[in-house]
Structures are given as C-alpha cells and as structure tokens.
Ligand binder design. Structure first.
Ligand SMILES: Cc1cc2nc3c(=O)[nH]c(=O)nc-3n(C[C@H](O)[C@H](O)[C@H](O)COP(=O)(O)OP(=O)(O)OC[C@H]3O[C@@H](n4cnc5c(N)ncnc54)[C@H](O)[C@@H]3O)c2cc1C
Length: 481
C-alpha cells in the first residue's frame, strides 16, 4: 500500500522540506460572545476543505509512523491523512472506520496532544508543532457523516453466536462494533434512556454535539449492533440469567459514574452538587431550560472544585447558564491540571477564573441551609510522589473565606458498583475496579471481559475504546477455538 502509485505521485508534488515549512493549521472557532450564550453552540467549528488538505500536506508519511504507536486503537494515521491530501475523503473515513467505531467523537475529544500527536515526527525530530491529526480525523469523519454516504465497513458472515456489552459508553460501543464486524450477534444493554455513556451525559454539547454521537451510533446499528435501553444488568436481569438466554460472551464497560466528594464540613448544604449530577441534568435531561420540570440550580457566583475535563466542562456550563462569576478552585498549579490544554484555554477565553494552589476546607450556609461561603486554604507543592507528580501540601494558617452560592464538586469518580457487586467470583480491586489481564481484558471469570473506566477508574475515551477492541479480539479468538 505504502508504495502505491498515488502515494508516489503525492510525494512528487511537494518536497519534504516544503512540507516541513508549512505552518500548523488553527482550528476555526465560534466567537466567544456567541458561544457563551448557549450550551448547544459548538466551540470548534472544524476545518475547511482547503485547510484540511493543506494540513494533510504537512504529514511526512513516515516509513515507521511513530504517531500510530500513540493511538490506542491503532488507526492507520498516515493512510487516512494522505487520502485527505489527495482529496479522497471517503477513503480517508473508511480507513478510520476500520479500527475506530467513533472517529467523529475522537476527533473532537481525544487528548491527541498526549497521544498520537505527541509521537509525531514533527514533535519528536523537528521540535515543531505536530501535524493536527485530531483536527484531520474530525474533518474526514464529519465529511462522511454530512455527506450521508457513510461507509459501512466489511462484515463477516453471521455466526449466530450471541454476545453482549454492559454499558453503551465508548468502551462498550467499540467492543460491539468489532464483534458485529466479526459476524457476532451483539446486544448492548444500557441502564439509561440514552445511548452513549459519558459522551451523552457528561461531555457538553458545546464540545461534542449529541447529534454527532447519534450519527455514529446509527452506523453501529447498520453493522448489526442491537441496543436495549433502560436495562440495568445485575438488576433488570443478572449475568447468570443472560447466560441462560444463550449469551456466550460478556463485555463489562459500565464506567465510573459514581461521584466522589471531599468529606469536609458543610458539604451537605443546598447548592453543593457533584459535577456528575450537574452535567447529567443539563446534558441529558435538558434541565438548563426554564421549562424543564426540574430545572437545574443556577448560581451567580459559582465555584467548581477540580482541575480535570469534568471541572472545565462544569465551569464553562455555569458560565453559559448565566453565572456572573464562574471560578475553578484547584489544589495544584495550572500546569498540573489533568484537563486538556485546549479546554483550559477556552474556559479562560470565556471569562472563567482560576484560583490555583487552593483547596476548600469548609462550607458555610445562610439561614435556609444554602451554601453562601467557603473557607479555602492555600497549598504549596511538596515532594514528587511515586508517579513523579508533586503533591499539594496545605499551608497552615493560610485559610480565608470566599463567597459562593453554587459549588460543583469535580474531584474524581469511582467505578460503577452494580456489576462488581452482583457477579459472584468476579475479582475486584480495592478501589472497586474490575481486575483483568491487561493484554486480553479477560476477568477472573472466563466468559466475562471488562474495560474502560470500570477497569481504569476514570481515564479517556480512546483508552476505553482500545480496551473494547482488545477484549473483542480475545473473545473472538476464544469463541472460535
Ligand atoms: C464531564 C466529562 C468530560 C470528559 N471529557 C473527556 C475528554 O474530553 N476526552 C476524553 O478522552 N475523555 C473525557 N472524559 C472521560 C471519558 O469520557 C471516559 O473515560 C469514558 O467515557 C469511559 O468510557 P466507558 O465506556 O468506560 O464508560 P462510560 O462512558 O461511563 O459509559 C458507561 C455506561 O455504562 C452504563 N452502565 C453502568 N452500569 C450499567 C449496568 N449495570 N447495566 C447497564 N448499563 C450500565 C452507564 O449508564 C453508562 O452509560 C470525560 C469524562 C467526563 C465525566
């Protein structure tokens, strides 16, 4: 493939030196004053054809593409980018779909800067900005979805073997897509009334429109994946009962949807809620609408605790819901925030404030029991821990009080406990995650596999998808023996 005629022709069009001299494209964005008016106006607009083809020219089509080592689902990155360069966008999207069930999603939310783009030749060898792999992935996937001419990947002959996924987040969807392509009769059981997991109930529409997730799901349906909503595996029916119904393989992708709190005085006051509740009510239940049966609580002076993507999504949501002041309070420095750099930048552009090296220690309420103030303590960076990350140490006597009328707690999540607590003999680690073999994602029960946040305890979309693919590969090998 690499030495095909068209590839040689592309190389002849422009020299390697000229390719490296092109500047990385900038993602066009909706103007700040427009986007802060609505939860449903997408911030990143997407590249034009001209921008995408120009950016694709920067890719050197390396003989050993190190970018692919950084992709947990092993996308043929130079393959799809070179097809964009020569204008064959449908071939580009076909290449994406061979290994990724959700390219339009990943092109929007994957932390490429820490994965494929971090391994790009430009970063590694030239110390220049990487090829914008994520933007190009989004371009090819969107072009396909918008054209309506979606390419359904090749599918093996049906083998009649029934398998299932617990949970319709990216991990379950990725597993389901691969198993359906391999000819299995695949059902995804989802506890909620919508398919998509965090992609629907967590990540706001200004970053990932629900319509995009729905279009990707429709494609999975076309490959033959069946979806059952409002079905809690372990409660509606147990894994044992489903086994008796003929399911031969189980993939648990039930995520880490259990919010964590800090366990500090006053945390039960009205006006203090988890980011899970806040975002789910807005994203999945339309509770930002004044007509909603149970509208979400609004604040003028909102504080969000945490420094991850969830915290950024919450503070930006608060701004869109009319907060006069929306502020992040984070115990470490900005450089240590786990959130994507782009999200931090966007939050700042939108007027969100950042109070770093600061941690809440107590909440105070008004006479009706609604939070009105919080006591915070200044922090200093201590020694690096085992992972090399410097700890945050409290500075004694540095406490002071700030005003707030709504606090969103985004300090992490725990694994969903239903499957670990209802499947007898399933090995579970101390923190509630399911223990699996890292290469095969097989659990202590031979026909039960698991991956995504239920195994990792809160990670990323693409890692969850990679787990789903690995489990599908192994389950297929086992069932075909
Ligand atoms: C607000 C927010 C923003 C994020 N932003 C990003 C980002 O920008 N980039 C990124 O890469 N990652 C991001 N993440 C992390 C990423 O979304 C998760 O790592 C990923 O969704 C995990 O996928 P999953 O399939 O394992 O679980 P989930 O997406 O959590 O899906 C699990 C699904 O299983 C269902 N379920 C649970 N138990 C059962 C049961 N017993 N029976 C049936 N169904 C069940 C749940 O209802 C849920 O729909 C973000 C997370 C949050 C919360």
């Amino acid at each position: 493939m690499r030495d095909s005629e068209w590839r040689k022709q592309l190389r002849g069009l422009i020299s390697a030196k000229e390719r490296t001299e092109l500047l990385r494209v900038k993602m066009p964005e909706t103007a700040v004053e427009e986007r802060v008016k609505s939860q449903r106006v997408e911030v990143n607009i997407g590249l034009t054809v001209e921008q995408a083809q120009r950016e694709a020219k920067r890719c050197m089509d390396c003989v050993n593409p190190t970018c692919m080592e950084g992709c947990p689902v092993s996308i043929d990155i130079p393959g799809f980018i070179k097809n964009i360069e020569r204008g064959d966008f449908s071939e580009a999207s076909l290449i994406l779909r061979k290994t990724s069930a959700l390219p339009a999603v990943c092109g929007r939310v994957c932390p490429q800067e820490k994965q494929c783009e971090a391994k790009c030749f430009y970063v590694q060898k030239l110390k220049k900005p990487s090829v914008a792999i994520g933007y190009l992935e989004r371009f090819a996937a969107d072009d396909e979805l918008q054209s309506g001419k979606t390419s359904v990947p090749e599918k093996a002959k049906p083998n009649g073997i029934k398998v299932l996924a617990v949970g319709s987040g990216p991990s379950g969807l990725s597993f389901a897509g691969d198993m359906a392509k391999a000819g299995y009769d695949v059902t995804v059981f989802e506890a909620l009334h919508e398919i998509g997991g965090v992609l629907k109930y967590g990540i706001p529409e200004f970053r990932l429109p629900n319509s995009i997730v729905d279009k990707e799901i429709k494609l999975l349906e076309r490959v033959g994946v069946k979806f059952v909503k409002n079905f809690i595996v372990g409660q509606t029916q147990s894994v044992d009962e489903l086994r008796k119904e003929g399911f031969k393989g189980f993939y648990v992708g039930s995520g880490a949807g259990l919010p964590r709190f800090m366990d500090i005085p006053g945390e039960n006051f009205n006006g203090i809620l988890s980011s899970n509740e806040y975002l789910t009510r807005v994203n999945l239940m339309g509770a930002d609408s004044p007509e909603a049966d149970t509208p979400v609580l609004r604040g003028k002076n909102v504080v969000v605790i945490g420094g991850g993507n969830t915290a950024m999504d919450s503070v930006r949501t608060a701004k869109r819901l009319g907060a006069e002041k929306a502020m992040i309070v984070y115990r470490r420095t900005e450089a240590q925030m786990p959130a994507r750099v782009e999200e931090v930048q966007h939050a700042k552009e939108e007027g969100c404030e950042f109070l770093t090296l600061t941690n809440p220690v107590e909440y105070m309420s008004d006479e009706k029991g609604r939070v009105k103030q919080m006591k915070v303590q200044k922090m200093a960076l201590g020694e690096p821990d085992a992972g090399g990350r410097r700890s945050a140490e409290p500075i004694v006597g540095s406490e002071y009080v700030i005003d707030t009328d709504l606090v969103i707690v985004a300090v992490g999540v725990s694994p969903n406990p239903i499957i670990p607590s209802t499947v007898a003999g399933l090995e579970v680690a101390k923190g509630g995650t399911i223990v699996v073999d890292e290469d095969t994602m097989q659990s202590s029960i031979p026909d039960v596999y698991a991956g995504g946040d239920i195994v990792r305890g809160g990670a990323t979309v693409i890692l969850a998808m990679g787990d789903g693919r690995r489990a599908a590969k192994r389950m297929n090998e086992k069932l075909m023996c």
